[in-house]
Design a protein around this ligand. Structure first.
Ligand SMILES: [Zn+2]
Length: 56
């Protein structure tokens, strides 16, 4: 098995329940809202993968 998750996949974090959902999961719904609690305010999350390197 060789499953690769693209690191550029867009994700959103719900500002109410704090859960992170993929843009794919959100766009599969009727409305742009959190799949978990239905809240409609989500912030975009860039990459939340462990191998991200921040060089500052
Ligand atoms: Zn939520």
């Amino acid at each position: 098995m060789n499953i690769r998750v693209p690191s550029t996949e867009i994700k959103y974090r719900c500002l109410r329940c704090g859960r992170i959902s993929t843009a794919k999961a959100i766009s599969s719904q009727v409305r742009f809202q959190c799949p978990h609690c239905g809240f409609s305010i989500l912030e975009k999350v860039r990459r939340e993968f462990a191998n991200e390197v921040i060089a500052r």
